[in-house]
Design a protein around this ligand. Structure first.
Ligand SMILES: NC(=O)c1ccc[n+]([C@@H]2O[C@H](COP(=O)([O-])OP(=O)(O)OC[C@H]3O[C@@H](n4cnc5c(N)ncnc54)[C@H](OP(=O)(O)O)[C@@H]3O)[C@@H](O)[C@H]2O)c1
Length: 310
């Protein structure tokens, strides 16, 4: 049996939808069944409740599980949450953990979350369990966070200058995770996965304009301006500072501009261009979809977890 953690989150729910699409049985770990009603619609998905920080709550979730896809929220508790879970999984007889992190994962990274992912990865490598690392680039869904100003000002505002990034469609990542979880031979391997093109923010704006049939501009802003907007949206100061470091690294070129199609090729997945993602989400970018209209006055932070398809 396979268990997916963080199943009610943005990434985890995309994974669950892929398992449902494939008609493959899977257990979905959620903290609250009441908040995960959307997952109950899938007949091949078994919802299990538990808290990854509290091993005593995980017995049912881990019973009979051989492989796990390890995901939790990108917050300051991430290392504690995932390392506690790794110990619990090992004690319960899990054999193999596939850890989702990011392309910039490194113990030396100045970006807090890349370091945290690296710490967890190191812990997993030392655990004695079989491991596989799935490392996606920036998700294409990140641009849906910019919907408020795209709708009101036909522009989005970021401090990335002319840096290029390689946004990946979460559906591609979910397809990769499905293969890694359901086929043998991936132990001890790292899979980097990105979108098929390196795009500047001006090019992303052009793709959104084409998809929506309405001109959208990219406007470069200062780090200070970005931090002000994030603070006003209620983001914790330590996260604001971490994202500021990430922006600086992106401007300098930290490897996120490198296209990684080796995982698509190895696992037989067609890479989704950003243009296709933008067309699929045209109504979201225009603010006319049910998802966009359900966001409170289209004010940040938007809830990407409620996207019916990521
Ligand atoms: N954004 C990007 O471009 C990008 C790129 C590459 C990698 N990543 C990585 O992707 C990962 C997943 O992100 P996401 O956006 O899917 O996060 P998310 O929407 O916050 O989802 C995380 C899920 O983990 C669950 N969770 C957190 N703590 C838990 C605990 N103690 N016990 C049980 N469940 C717990 C949450 O449960 P609740 O629903 O109960 O809160 C939530 O459903 C992050 O590690 C991030 O670093 C992001």
């Amino acid at each position: 049996m396979i268990l997916i953690t963080g199943a009610n989150g943005l990434v985890g729910s995309a994974m669950i939808r892929e398992f449902a699409r494939q008609g493959h049985p899977v257990k979905a770990l959620v903290r609250s069944r009441a908040k995960a009603r959307a997952l109950e619609a899938f007949s091949t998905v078994e919802l299990v409740e538990g808290d990854m920080q509290h091993p005593e709550t995980l017995a049912n979730a881990l019973s009979g599980v051989e492989r796990v896809l390890l995901i939790s929220s990108p917050n300051l508790q991430m290392v504690e949450t995932q390392c506690t879970f790794i110990d619990a999984a090992k004690a319960a007889g899990v054999r193999h953990i596939i850890k989702l992190s990011g392309v910039t994962t490194s113990l030396d990274s100045p970006f807090l979350f890349s370091r945290m992912h690296a710490e967890i990865s190191h812990y997993l490598e030392q655990s004695g369990l079989a491991w596989t690392f799935l490392r996606p680039s920036q998700f294409a869904t990140e641009y849906l966070r910019e919907v408020p100003t795209i709708v009101t000002e036909r522009a989005f505002f970021l401090p990335f200058e002319d840096a290029k990034l390689t946004p990946v469609d979460l559906e591609d990542v979910a397809k990769a995770a499905f293969v890694l979880l359901t086929t043998a031979g991936h132990e001890g391997k790292t899979y980097m996965i990105s979108g098929p093109e390196a795009l500047s923010m001006a090019e992303i704006a052009e793709q959104i304009s084409l998809a929506t049939g309405s001109s959208v501009r990219y406007v470069n802003i200062s780090s200070e301006e970005r931090k002000r907007v994030q603070r006003e949206a209620g983001m914790p100061p330590v996260v604001v500072d971490a994202l500021d470091v990430q922006s600086r690294l992106r401007r300098l070129g930290n490897g996120e501009e490198v296209v990684h199609l080796e995982t698509h090729m190895a696992l037989g997945i067609r890479p989704t261009p950003f243009a296709e993602f933008a067309r699929r989400h045209a109504a979201d970018f225009l603010g006319t979809s049910a998802w966009a209209m359900a966001q409170k006055e289209l004010k940040p932070p938007l809830d990407l977890r409620t996207l019916p398809s990521a």
